[in-house]
Ligand binder design. Structure first.
Ligand code: ADP
Length: 493
């Protein structure tokens, strides 16, 4: 069955290509949009048609709703896939599409709006019997209400923006003294980043795990979950390594948490693909938020279930019923995703945009690389620093780790600093290997210490490679570079 003839992908880079890949397999024509900074991007070449959407700043291009809808109309696109980021969780855009008779590939705009407010969604879930992190019942404007609640739940607490995302504006408060300043600063940041100054306060869980469930729901009342993902390894509250399933999951915990995830989807009249995020601490779990879109880390769920989530999104958006029931789904093996960002892990993850002068992507058994970059590509400074998703699959978690290590040795990216050495450090860390992670993992001393060593190794590797390249020795460059990492690995074991 052909769901659509032509769709527009309102995004760029890696995720635009990911969606187009599903469309190509489904014989659906694709329309790309691109900013002036992206005219040479792979997603532009990959699409059947491409339209310039505007200048480089997102507000003038990938967030320019009028222009995007105009292109959708002009190109005869029947539907729009928003990817993630940009307009993916913008209910006004989803409504705009609907008003124009264009299918928005995602949940209804009403659901997006309701879930976009962390305060509102938390309340809905509490009413539905789902455990939530203890905290204020609504927004706080002054420290009076906040202080009373903080006293009750106990410090530390966290101040969060209700309309927040991407970890922006979150502040941890250790005692009463810092509360007022954190609320004022939080409101300022929330206003400028999200246009909504509402903040709230909740208990700050020390060293929790971030565990989330993938949901698929059709328009006929069928809801299933596609198991769990662990996303505890984060920098600045943003995920860096994700895996599926969660290494500490038991049958009993999965049963409880998945029942809550389904309850969340039902309580929000959810349709399409979505993620229910929980924090887990000492045997208890708490609903944190629902992301009403495809996640960056959807790849690991695809690897363990064999289900193409983008294809399911398109089928659901076209009104089809889910082709499976919960009992039909099962987990096969284990998958890990490492986000490869153009940033300097030793300099507080500062972005490092620039030209990729050499690029060689890993392959072989159990590997998946989703990326929009290539040799000669210049990473623009304007957008997110994520340039590739390196994913491994193995029959066991151990095998997935071994394959990821091997892929990191094979991966050659020269020209910009990347998170590769950090992933190298994580994949060799004994706590990670034991599945013993939490959201503060990257701040722990043991990882910072080994990281410095691995970054030095990466620098040596790049120098070796560059020297061979100067002498015109392409193969020597690659093998020489691999050798540096291999030696590093032997040292680490
Ligand atoms: P955003 O929507 O900005 O990404 P989330 O609410 O999803 O923010 O939280 C992102 C991360 O912030 C979590 O994975 C966790 O590491 C941390 N975090 C959020 N709330 C808490 C909390 N109450 N206690 C401890 N950590 C938290």
């Amino acid at each position: 069955m052909k769901y659509f003839d032509k769709i527009l992908i309102a995004n760029r880079g890696e995720i635009a290509i990911r969606v187009m890949r599903a469309c190509r397999e489904m014989n659906i024509e694709t329309v790309a949009i691109y900013s002036t900074a992206d005219k040479d991007s792979l997603h532009v070449k990959y699409a059947d048609e491409a339209f310039l959407v505007g200048e480089a700043p997102p507000s003038k291009s990938y967030l320019n709703m009028d222009r995007i809808i105009d292109i959708a109309r002009k190109s005869g696109s029947e539907a729009v896939h928003p990817g993630y980021g940009f307009l993916a969780e913008n209910h006004r855009f989803a409504k705009y599409c609907q008003d124009e008779g264009i299918t928005f590939i995602g949940p209804s705009w009403e659901t997006i709006r309701a879930m976009g407010s962390k305060i509102e969604s938390k309340q809905t879930m509490k009413d539905a019997g789902v455990p939530v992190v203890p905290g204020t019942e609504g927004g706080v404007r002054d420290s009076e209400t906040a202080r009373a609640i903080a006293e009750e739940i106990g410090y530390p607490v966290i101040v969060k923006a209700s309309a927040g995302g991407g970890g922006i504006g979150m502040q941890i408060v250790d005692d009463e003294k810092g509360l007022e300043a954190a609320i004022q600063a939080g409101m300022r940041i929330a206003e400028s980043a999200f246009g909504d100054a509402t903040v709230f306060v909740e208990k700050y869980l020390v060293k929790p795990r971030h565990i989330e469930f993938q949901i698929l729901a059709d328009e006929h009342g069928n809801v299933v979950h596609l198991f769990d993902r662990e996303c505890s390894i984060q920098r600045r509250h943003q995920k860096l390594v994700e895996e599926a399933p969660c290494p500490i999951m038991t049958d009993e915990l999965r049963e409880r948490m998945s029942a809550s995830a389904i309850a969340v989807a039902r309580a929000s009249d959810y349709t399409n693909a979505g993620t229910v995020e929980f924090l887990y601490s000492e045997g208890d779990y708490y609903f944190m938020e629902m992301n009403t879109r495809l996640q960056v880390e959807h790849t690991v769920t695809e690897l363990i279930t064999g289900i193409d989530l983008v294809k399911q999104q398109l089928a659901i958006a076209a009104g089809d019923s889910l082709p499976f029931e919960q009992e039909d789904l099962s987990i096969r093996g284990h998958a890990i995703e490492c986000r490869i960002n153009a940033e300097d892990p030793l300099n507080n993850f500062a972005a490092d945009p620039g030209k990729i002068v050499r690029y060689r992507s890993p392959g072989g058994p159990g590997m998946r690389v989703d990326s929009g970059i290539h040799m000669g590509y210049t990473i623009p400074a304007t957008y997110d620093s994520m340039i590739a998703k390196l994913c491994s699959w193995g029959m066991t978690r151990q095998e997935a780790i071994a394959r990821m290590r091997r892929a990191i040795y094979e991966y050659v990216i020269i020209g910009v600093k990347t998170t590769l050495p950090l992933h190298h450090a994580i994949m060799h860390n004994r706590h990670f290997i034991a599945g013993d992670t939490h959201t503060h993992f990257l701040q722990e001393e043991h990882i910072i210490k080994t990281l410095t060593r691995y970054v030095r190794e990466e620098e040596t590797r790049i120098q070796t490679l560059a020297a061979s390249l100067r002498q015109g020795k392409e193969i020597a460059a690659i093998t020489g570079a691999l050798d540096v990492y291999m030696k590093g690995q032997k040292k680490a074991q």
